[in-house]
Design a protein. Structure first.
Length: 179
């Protein structure tokens, strides 16, 4: 199994985790709204849990977008560059992203410790919120790992980078249909 395949497998699990958290947020908000209208009583701390879990889902999604290079980009100047200059811009950009996300990872870990030691709790159920911060930090740590791996592949093995496919192509591939 090649390094690229291992990384793609890891990135797939990261995407699934992000999707799972997003699904939990959706179910929680829908159930709480339904309980509020049908039973005149929302789920206790549903808003707090949904907010915390949405942050977790977004930061796990950051890892996925970073690996697949499917974040928002402005390619106006980039498209007119030579291949050599494009490669330099890609590597430089990846180094910048790694620096910022790595710093974010470190600062969020410090925040996890701070929230844990402060003993912050949700209002209704008195649930500790630091585990949510920790899960969010794990997403940023996964993003840092995948950005570093992408930079490594960009420098030493550009052919090992994930290919950009449309959502329809990936769905067909996952269903076993030829693309």
């Amino acid at each position: 199994m090649s390094f690229s395949n291992v990384l793609t497998g890891f990135a797939t699990w990261v995407e699934r985790i992000a999707g799972l958290f997003l699904a939990i947020v959706t179910v929680l908000v829908f159930a709480s709204a339904g309980a509020r209208y049908l039973l005149s009583s929302p789920i206790p701390d549903a808003h707090a849990f949904a907010s915390l879990l949405l942050g977790v889902a977004l930061l796990w999604g950051l890892a996925s977008a970073s690996w697949r290079d499917e974040h928002i980009a402005v390619d106006l100047l980039y498209t007119g560059m030579s291949d050599r200059l494009k490669r330099f811009v890609d590597i430089f950009g990846q180094i910048l992203i790694l620096m910022f996300v790595g710093l974010f990872c470190w600062m969020l870990l410090k925040q996890v410790g701070s929230v844990r030691s402060s003993g912050d709790l949700t209002v209704d159920t008195r649930t500790a919120i630091w585990p949510f911060y920790f899960m969010a930090w794990l997403g940023v740590a996964a993003a840092t790992i995948l950005i570093l791996a992408r930079l490594f592949l960009l420098v030493f093995n550009p052919k090992g980078l994930p290919t950009k496919k449309s959502v329809a192509d990936e769905a067909a591939e996952n269903a076993g249909e030829p693309v």
